[in-house]
Design a protein around this ligand. Structure first.
Ligand SMILES: Nc1ncnc2c1ncn2[C@@H]1O[C@H](COP(=O)(O)OP(=O)(O)O)[C@@H](O)[C@H]1O
Ligand SMILES: [Mg+2]
Length: 365
């Protein structure tokens, strides 16, 4: 078994998650400590601005390089804060642009994560696995989601079929069938648009405990316009950019709603998009296990329970830590990179065949 530290900085731009995992990339040994180091408000703001102009950025843009250095430094602090010796770091980096293959798309598919892996390896003295997505995208896959193979390993003792639903900036599902079949994709928006709404409508980083949404009513007409978005009906494989629904939301008339009704409408949008995803599973799941920050939003959990047939429960019922799952996945995936095991599969990213990926950098190589 390798002693790994997984690092994930998700689309919510809230900070970096770190988790210690002992694994050979197939079995999960010890799941050790985990933590989140938040990004300071200036870094969040600078990152958000970077995301918005990622399309026209050159890789050696000085502002980009400077933000990348700040992010990487925060990751090194997270490794230090874990405080355990490790053989390998799994460093996802921060996605600033995700434009995988789509029907009708012009231009080559692209996915872009920033983060200086060589610097992190030097700063920590630990070998770093990174660049998890680009081999898959180059082979025609979506480059996302990457966590399903970890979910499948975790799910071994759980009755199937089961779905793990991660509510980050966007929402993604992993369906694990009775026969071990793995189907995974992004379902639609989750916290990303909700956070943006809370910031604009109420000056808050996010709708804490769903207070706004719980005090409002979803607007049927706006919701119907949002649910007509072609992404929802498209069959998997499919994956999303953080900003994907920005225009649809702006054009939906949501802007005219009260802070409360707008939040309730976006919550309903997320829940209905998840319900639409259930159509793509071969059999109905026995339960939905929910990870990610969105499981702390009671409005979202209530809307999901209303929209889905099987029980909706936080992953803690299975004994897992819903704040650490994504970071743990990148420790697990780092071990798979080191062992050249596949990271992506036809059922998860649409890769033509099970596909290894990722690169390694470090003093030990
Ligand atoms: N108490 C809470 N009430 C409502 N939303 C919450 C709460 N705690 C966390 N969140 C949401 O979770 C988000 C962070 O989720 P996270 O799983 O870290 O996403 P990502 O993987 O994209 O970084 C926050 O931006 C916020 O929207
Ligand atoms: Mg996060």
């Amino acid at each position: 078994m390798l002693r790994t530290i997984g690092l994930m900085s998700g689309t919510s731009l809230d900070g970096v998650d770190a988790a210690y995992v002992e694994t050979d990339g197939e079995r999960i040994g010890r799941l050790g400590p985990s933590l989140t180091l938040p990004y300071d408000p200036a870094l969040r703001r600078d990152l958000r601005a970077l995301l918005e102009r990622a399309d026209s950025l050159s890789p050696d843009d000085p502002v980009l390089r400077e933000i990348e250095a700040r992010i990487t430094k925060r990751h090194a602090e997270a490794v230090a804060a874990i405080g355990l010796e490790a053989d390998l770091i799994g460093f996802h980096g921060q996605t600033i642009l995700h434009r995988p293959r789509r029907p009708g798309q012009v231009g080559p598919p692209r996915t872009w994560q920033i983060g200086d892996a060589a610097w992190l390896a030097r700063a920590t003295g630990i070998t770093v696995a990174y660049d998890f997505r680009s081999a898959d995208v180059a082979a025609g896959g979506q480059g996302a989601p990457l966590v399903p193979v970890f979910h499948a390993a975790l799910c071994q003792p759980v009755p199937k079929p089961v779905v793990i639903l991660n509510l980050g900036g966007v929402a993604n599902v992993t369906y694990v069938g009775l026969d071990g079949a793995l189907i995974a994709f992004d379902t639609g928006p989750a916290n990303g648009p909700l956070d943006d709404w809370a910031r604009r409508a109420a000056g808050e980083d996010y709708d804490r405990d769903g207070r706004l949404a719980l005090a409002g009513q979803a607007d049927g007409a706006v919701l119907a316009r949002l649910l007509a978005h072609p992404y929802l009906a498209a069959p998997p494989p499919k994956s999303l950019d953080r900003l994907e629904f920005g225009r649809a939301i702006a054009e939906s008339g949501a802007g005219a709603l009260s802070p409360e009704d707008g939040a309730a409408t976006l919550v309903a949008f997320c829940a209905c998009a998840v319900a639409a995803a259930a159509r793509h599973f071969p059999e109905p799941p026995l339960q939905w296990l929910v990870a990610g920050g969105g499981r702390r939003n009671p409005a979202l959990m209530r809307a999901l329970s209303g929209a889905l047939e099987a029980p909706v429960r936080p992953v803690e019922v299975a004994g897992w830590n819903g704040d650490a799952l994504e970071a743990q996945a990148f420790g697990f995936l780092a071990a798979r990179v080191a062992r050249k095991l596949p990271l992506t599969f036809p059922g998860t990213t649409g890769a033509p065949a099970p596909l290894p990926g990722g690169r390694l950098v470090g003093a030990l190589l």
